[in-house]
Ligand binder design. Sequence first.
Ligand code: NAD
Length: 331
Amino acid sequence: MNILVTGGAGFIGSRYVRTLLAPDETPDGPGAPRVTVLDALTYAGTAANLPLGHPRLDFVHGDIRDAALVDKLTADADQVVHFAAESHVDRSIDAAAEFVLTNVVGTHTLLDAALRHGAGPFVHVSTDEVYGPLESGSADEEHPLRPTSPYSASKASADLLALSYHRTHGLDVRVTRCSNTYGPRQFPEKLVPLFVTRLLDGGRVPLYGDGSNVRSWLHVDDHCSGVDLVRTRGRAGEVYNLGGGTELSNRQLTALLLDALGAGPDRVTPVADRKGHDTRYAIDWTKARDELGYRPHRDFGAALAETVAWYRDNRAWWEPLVRSLRERPAR
Ligand code: NAD
């Protein structure tokens, strides 16, 4: 079996690829899946995230909007797991065009090719942000989509397009919607790695508004195991929320990170709130639990400490990225 993984050089996609190639998950041998990664290596992706040279991995540097390339790769693929996206909300507020082109047009290009070649399941990896903010309670898969940022609107558009290929054409599309994810190899513009790397460098961290915005935090391993359960046990045409993370305000998370790095509150700089900043996301993940046996395994405190230690021990990974950020700042 050949699995095409788009965006496999990014944060979550690369972790997923490592899982697919891990011998204890899928032992090498005639029946083991081959993995083809298609990634444009934008500012957010690096081939160094991948175990290049692994006998079951092929890496293709290319764009999901390149219809000819996507057609060729999809013809050779049995299944598709689609992570590739522009993923940073702040950048979508500054300039949304790339979000529409990659997240919507790129997804459409992949869906068309998957349909032509009968590749499925096609797992479309989406986000809890498509439901928009909730003051209380949690959104199940039937909750209306009320995205507020250009990022979440582009993801919601892609979700609907993907589901339309199931309803109209019968393509085996499955959609995952997951909470905020943290762990090693996350590009240092997102909250956790941004704050950790700034604190490690002796700098200050920018906290939006009054820091009261709430997110649910899930470790990347749990996100990836959920995606794989959807690929292997999910049903065509279904959406699965992947939640169960730890709900924290940005202020609470900042306090935990300061504590982990031995830094005081004087290292926080309050900054003007993000435009249209969603107050709180929360998802109901009962369906994935009951139907697929999904449940998060990583303890938040231990996994956050391990994540901080990873950035402390892997400066060679993030220092060039932080330098590149100075040339392309997002906030
Ligand atoms: P990321 O930004 O770290 O990685 C995205 C990858 O996609 C990069 O390797 C990039 O080079 C590649 N890419 C971008 N545009 C491309 C294009 N046109 N063609 C080919 N490759 C392209 O993102 P991530 O945090 O790993 O997120 C992966 C997926 O998970 C995204 O679809 C995102 O919406 C979703 N998601 C992320 C989170 C989170 O907290 N990070 C939470 C829920 C869902």
